[in-house]
Design a protein. Structure first.
Length: 192
């Protein structure tokens, strides 16, 4: 197989000599965002298998419980941002927590349209129990790493989160433009 000159270094696309077929060399199993997703997803499912049957919580409700427990008084909009959840999921999750007696909504002092979410004493008890299980899971997952490797992992994840936030803020068009500038991929155009 012969690689196109402008793609040789990136290894992004292989082209057959006859030019009839191009085969991406992309491997999903080596793509860092996907690998991080798999770890997060399998861990979330394992934890959900505990709190779902025990407390009737959805994954969104658990995240809201954890966010509100660590930062009492947030609005639903702030919870959306902190938990990477859409407004509908947050609204349903808060309603579920209120129905279960784990949280309460408090109207804002200056603006009655603002609703602050706070955990009840029962909500804090449930949160503490789930956190113990979650921390045990994290310890099991990370036990193969040394303390130095764990610290390095945290530092790297901080940088990756910042870079991801920057990419999201710029939008996919800017990211595609970066790829075009580096001549890694065919020219992307916006349909807008």
């Amino acid at each position: 197989m012969q690689l196109k000159d402008n793609q040789r270094e990136s290894g992004a696309v292989e082209e057959r000599e006859d030019g009839k077929a191009a085969k991406p060399s992309f491997r999903l199993d080596r793509w860092i965002p996907y690998r991080m997703f798999l770890v997060a997803s399998s861990t979330a499912e394992l934890l959900a298998s505990y709190y779902g049957p025990r407390y009737g919580l959805s994954q969104a409700s658990w995240r809201i419980l954890a966010i509100a427990g660590g930062r009492p008084g947030l609005s639903s909009k702030e919870i959306c941002h902190a938990g990477a959840l859409d407004q509908f999921a947050v609204s349903r999750g808060i309603a579920q927590l209120v129905t279960l007696g784990f949280a309460q909504r408090n109207a804002g002092v200056g603006d009655r349209r603002f609703s602050a979410v706070e955990l009840t004493p029962e909500g804090y008890k449930v949160l503490e129990e789930i956190v113990v299980i979650g921390q045990a899971m994290e310890a099991r997952i990370l036990e193969s790493l040394s303390d130095a490797e764990r610290e390095s992992l945290h530092a790297m994840l901080d940088r990756i989160e910042d870079a991801c936030a920057g990419a999201v803020a710029r939008g996919w068009q800017a990211v595609a433009g970066d790829a075009n500038s580096a001549k890694l991929f065919p020219q992307f155009t916006s349909s807008e």
